[in-house]
Write a protein that binds this ligand. Structure first.
Ligand code: ZN
Length: 368
């Protein structure tokens, strides 16, 4: 094992447009560059790992004794040469060069590159573009044959001596080491890269938490002489739920679950019970504005799971009706909704059919 791993994290990331430099931005709970450091350590494939950073004082090496932290150059290509010169004394056989801005590569990709270096001097992971590509030349647009185009990723793997020579002779600034081999008519081996191994370029690329969960709970007292509403429909029963509105515990818990997932407070904030306006209001009318809010904020519902806690009525008898009602109120597929019935062994107010409670978990997804 005479492999070395160079992580380039010295760039300025001008397209990133945040005060903080891209390599230090938090992505999936870690600084971007840390993903590459941890993966390289975990792989146990490398004798030394070199982190090339804009300011080594910014990084305390708490990671591994095999990690070397050095200061990079002004450009990507100069940082790469600085790192190659630094490791020359170890007489490396292979070196992998990686942009820290790609934190999502797999350990398997590292293994594939190193395996392929047994027979090749340059191993480059690629993906095929799915968009059509045009290029312009002197104000004219031309089509590129998509079948013959490749997108190159990092890590890129090289025989150290080969890469070192080419790097020292290169006069222009290159964007990746594969370019050195191509510019010098040297053979490179293309292997399949990974779709998920995307480059973080813009600050929007950091948004990973697209699914949000919210929890809702509600309970109302059952009283004689009222109509029972559950999930927006009338249910024949000896009592109905007492409340400022129609007391529909299912819809109220759904509203709170959705507001929770949106991180927008609670049902009482939007529909205070001391306001006459909402007196005896049917709960679907409360649900509508929350549903609109969700749409307006670019979310859609992924899943709603409901526990209806009561001794009676029997949930199994009304399950389909209630689910159909919620599905049409929220305008979502029935398959996204689940309703479970839960009795309480005749305990307490619920057990004595004096109250009905409901809890809901909703998951919602943000789209662009
Ligand atoms: Zn309620």
């Amino acid at each position: 094992m005479n492999n070395f791993f160079i992580i380039l994290a010295a760039g300025n990331g001008t397209r990133f447009k945040k005060k903080q430099k891209k390599q230090y931005a938090i992505y999936k709970n870690l600084k971007i560059f840390e993903h590459s450091v941890f993966k390289a350590i975990k792989s146990k494939l490398f004798k030394k790992i070199v982190l090339v950073i804009d300011n080594p004082k910014n990084v305390k090496n708490l990671y591994s004794k095999d990690l070397i932290i050095i200061k990079g150059g002004k450009r990507r290509s100069s940082s790469s040469i600085i790192a190659l010169k630094h490791i020359k004394k170890f007489k490396p056989k292979n070196v992998l060069i990686h942009d820290a801005a790609r934190p999502d590569f797999s350990l398997n990709l590292l293994k594939k590159i190193i395996k392929s270096l047994k027979k090749n001097n340059a191993v480059i992971p690629i993906t095929k573009p799915t968009d059509s590509i045009k290029y312009s030349l002197k104000n004219n647009l031309y089509n590129l044959d998509r079948e013959k185009t490749y997108l190159t990723q990092t890590p890129q793997g090289f025989n150290f001596d080969n890469l070192y020579k080419l790097s020292l002779n290169e006069k222009t600034s290159i964007t990746d080491e594969a370019s050195l081999f191509i510019n010098n008519d040297k053979k490179i081996k293309l292997i399949n890269g990974e779709k998920k191994n995307k480059k973080i370029t813009f600050s929007e690329d950091l948004e990973t938490n697209k699914t949000y969960f919210g929890l809702g709970f509600d309970i109302h007292r059952l009283v004689k002489g009222k109509t029972l509403y559950l999930g927006g429909i009338k249910i024949p029963f000896h009592s109905g739920l007492k409340g400022h509105s129609d007391g529909d515990v299912i819809l109220h818990a759904i509203i709170d679950a959705l507001l929770g997932a949106l991180r927008q407070k609670d049902i009482g904030t939007y529909f205070p019970s001391n306001t006459k306006k909402f007196k005896n209001i049917r709960s679907p009318k409360l649900l509508m504005p929350i549903k609109d809010k969700l749409t307006r904020l670019n979310f859609y519902i992924n899943n709603i799971d409901i526990n209806l806690i009561c001794e009676k009525p029997k949930v199994s008898q009304y399950r389909d009706k209630i689910i159909n009602s919620i599905s049409s109120l929220l305008e979502i597929d029935k398959k996204l909704i689940n309703l479970k019935g839960k009795t309480v062994e005749k305990l307490g107010l619920i057990g004595k059919e004096k109250a009905i409670a409901c809890e809901v978990i909703a998951s919602i997804i943000k789209h662009d």
